[in-house]
Design a protein around this ligand. Sequence first.
Ligand SMILES: O=C(O)C[C@H](O)C(=O)O
Ligand code: SF4
Length: 512
Amino acid sequence: MENFYESMYQLIVETSTNLPKDVRRAIAAAKLKENAGTRSAMSLATITNNIKMADDNVSPICQDTGLPTFKIKVPVSANQIEMKKQIKRAIEQATKDGKLRPNSVDSISGDNSGDNLGDGTPVIKFEQWENDYIDARLILKGGGCENKNIQYSLPCELEGLGKAGRDLDGIRKCIMHSVYQAQGQGCSAGFIGVGIGGDRTSGYELAKEQLFRRVDDVNEREELRQLEEYVMENANELGIGTMGFGGETTLLGCKVGVINRIPASFFVSVAYNCWAYRRLGVYIDPETGAINEWLYQDGEEVDFSQDEVAATHEQSEQTREVILEAPITEEKIRELKVGDVVRINGMMYTGRDAIHKYLSENDSPVDLNGQVIYHCGPVMLKDEDGNYHVKAAGPTTSIREEPYQGDIMKRFGIRAVIGKGGMGPKTLKALGEHGGVYLNAIGGAAQYYADCIKSVEGVDLMQFGIPEAMWHLKVEGFTAVVTMDSHGNSLHADVDKSSLEKLAQFKEPVFK
Ligand SMILES: O=C(O)C[C@H](O)C(=O)O
Ligand code: SF4
């Protein structure tokens, strides 16, 4: 097993940086369906551009490299204790090399272990089997999409859909609802794994297990095949679209599994995965530990290299484009309207969960008057001279800052916040009162945005760890869309409302 460590290191690096071919094909097909010039088409072009950049730079596709979860099937003779040790070593090295973000955080103190190791991280699950080779699979599922997982206990009452009973049609309604409730917050277009039955734990296990199926496989159980097809055909009618901007593609894959339950329980568990669906696998020789075969990587190449940069910058004729450079005046902000495309030059400051809580109780370490806050937890590497370099830096889900955002903007004079997935009524009200704007960046496009960051000018509050610190970033041509403005408009509220109306069209029974 002398090569096992190296094989695991490769599996980790490839999973973080190289999107599987079956996923690429699904994204390429979605891209063909969007109408040129729409926000969804522009977002998809940024996404495919980002996938290509991650290939070229061998850098994380998304800055949130998730909770590494290994599923390993081994012959009876394999030494699982030794394999676990090597996997942990490989995780530590991949983190040092900037292929994984340090993501393991003490749940009580908030301390980041810095190497992705800690109680419960990484997740490593072994199972013995009768074959004479090792099957090792890894999924890097980020936090934003994980937060959109949902579990239903049947029977239940669902918004838009009414009663969901303990039968196939009730299950259908739960799945349709799960796509609606995710909106764009899990970086749609997404993939869902559904687990029917089990208890609350094994149901979610089963749902996540479905994410290891190939995007293009066909369910062997006839009624589940029909259900998967139904969901794929109809969920895209909800019109949520890429990043929740509205559009043709909301869902890229749906896989359903079933296990038995006990009479009193009937769970439908849904695991939502963003477009940055990073899961790969390898077959390994149990003697040497070397990789014999890669999984999910067969079939035709999907080449995202053509004119992607041009496509990203292509705007529809109706779209207004505005350049912003901090400090920004209230007057300039009030000129902005939902739908405007903004290019930012100059300074911005990162702030996510820990910073928002901190700023609600303390003074800011920098003057934020007229400034831009970026909801982002980047991957950073320090060079020998002690200077930091950005390795990946896409937006994080903004709604988590809803309790703080409006107050903080007013208190510190912040004019713009950048994030993804939108914010709620409290923030929208504050934008109107104070003269602020919410800008939606493309979730998961961590390479694309890292490229816009020209230098790291400083950092504060490093005690919160790399993802949570306040980074001072100098950017050029950082592009985002105004999705909430100071006139009471919110694209997110509009898409939520229209998709709920569309969801209601799926109320009538389909599976008898
Ligand atoms: O933690 C992050 O950087 C992003 C997170 O995965 C999210 O989608 O909000
Ligand atoms: S930011 Fe988006 S793409 Fe990245 S892990 Fe979170 S949900 Fe996935």
